[in-house]
Design a protein around this ligand. Structure first.
Ligand code: 13P
Length: 258
């Protein structure tokens, strides 16, 4: 699929109804990127906790900055919110050792369940290579954590083939087309469905989520896709209200697990 074929429609889906029986368990991941101090993170969780209604079929994952991770993890323990866990936004490609400035996967154990790996912003602004990404995935899996492996357009095929030999364990794949992030234009649900099929050819049994300009107004389009396990939310996760709105929609679309 070429660039031209990815012209996007942003039809509104406010009146989209979940099918009877729902579409399966849903995951909503909020990536705060380089926003929020530890204090701001605590305020976010206070507001979130007030209005959050857990659903057994929706898993919520929040990725604060590495700096605030420990404090947020302790606070989350206090809040004791069902179905909410944490992710690290990045990790060292190396184990514990003489690597100044790095945080090793083993150090994240007990704080997070997931680690985001290979986000396009890491690849683009920090010049992360595919080899770095592969090493990070290995470190994360060795630490017993779950990598959220980001793949994007226009490098989907090469990124997937680089990972195809890896034993990816409990990995999730996050499809985040760069145009949808950089240009603030979400990829249409139809195009996302096509990319998901492409990813499934390489990782047939991996859960796949989509990220790129997900907002409360368009989240339902993606949550309704049977082939998608959930959504990966950037900007709209920064405000607890808009993130809660997306979580509520996920609960509407989720189907109880048998
Ligand atoms: O990068 C993303 C998920 O990690 C998506 O970011 P936006 O939702 O801000 O486009």
């Amino acid at each position: 699929m070429g660039l031209l074929s990815r012209f996007l429609q942003t039809e509104k889906t406010k009146d989209l109804q979940p099918p009877a029986g729902g579409v399966g368990r849903r995951l909503v991941v909020g990536n705060w990127k380089c926003y929020k101090t530890s204090g701001e993170a605590k305020v976010w969780f206070d507001t979130f906790a007030e209005k959050y209604v857990p659903s057994p079929d929706v898993e919520i994952v929040i990725a604060p900055t590495l700096l605030s991770l420990e404090l947020v993890a302790r606070y989350l323990e206090e809040l004791n919110l069902d179905q909410v866990s944490l992710a690290a936004q990045d990790v060292s490609p190396f184990p514990v050792g003489g690597y100044t400035g790095a945080v090793a996967a083993d150090m994240l154990k007990g704080l997070v369940d997931y680690v985001i790996v290979g986000h396009s912003e890491r690849r683009r602004y920090f010049h992360e290579t595919q080899m770095d990404v592969t090493n990070k995935i290995t470190e994360v899996l060795d630490a017993g954590l779950k990598p959220i492996i980001c793949v994007d357009r226009p490098y989907l095929v090469s990124q997937l083939s680089a990972l195809s030999d890896l034993e990816t364990g409990h990995a999730l794949v996050a499809y985040c087309p760069v145009d949808a992030l950089s240009f603030r234009i979400p990829e249409s649900a139809g195009k996302v469905g096509e990319a998901v099929d492409e990813i499934r050819n390489v990782f047939p049994h991996r859960a796949i989520i989509y990220g790129g300009s997900i907002l409360p107004d368009n989240a339902g389009e993606y949550l309704a896709l049977d082939s998608l396990a959930g959504v990966f939310v950037g900007s709209a996760s920064l405000e607890p209200e808009s993130f809660l709105d997306i979580c509520r929609q996920a609960a509407q679309f989720a189907r109880p697990q048998s």
